[in-house]
Design a protein around this ligand. Sequence first.
Ligand SMILES: [Zn+2]
Length: 193
Amino acid sequence: MSHKCFISFKTEDIEYKEEIQEMDELDIIDKSLNDPIDSDDEDYIMRKIREDYLNDSTVTICLIGNHSAENSTSENQSYIKRELQASLYNKPNGVLGIVLPNMYDKIYKGKYTCSECGQKHNFVNINNDTTIREFNYNYYLPLSDDKCAWSESDRYCVLVKWDDFVASPNNYIEKAFNKREDDIASKIKVYPY
Ligand SMILES: [Zn+2]
């Protein structure tokens, strides 16, 4: 079963967006938010983006490349932030972050030894240096006190490397889709500030 997907991306990564669009088995909306929506009514803006851009998509794919960080001062992130806010708004889309190859080294940092439990955990560098706040907050949702590390069920956003995604795209889209009905969906923040 395929789910309709919206792709949020920076112009520099358009080749990856096009490659996803050409995958036969996927159902991808060919739109992105290019104009600011002129209103002071946040609720109106969110509904408008959902209706005019996200349409009836149920999964939003976020391409994570060199230009996707909250902290990159040279970038205007307002469009990808709006797209992700609208995706998380009201009845949320599943969110699938795809780490593009030029970001592997910056995001997948191997393992570290945990000072609380003494075990090794993966160090996945998802924060304002690599992604917008709307993504990294909903990836690393606040943990309950008895936990020292995130497991898959502690996250709303699903993360995958480009190469793994290409090998089995529907598998990861399905994972993101299923989060919508998961308990963790109640922890989402649309405006995490
Ligand atoms: Zn630990």
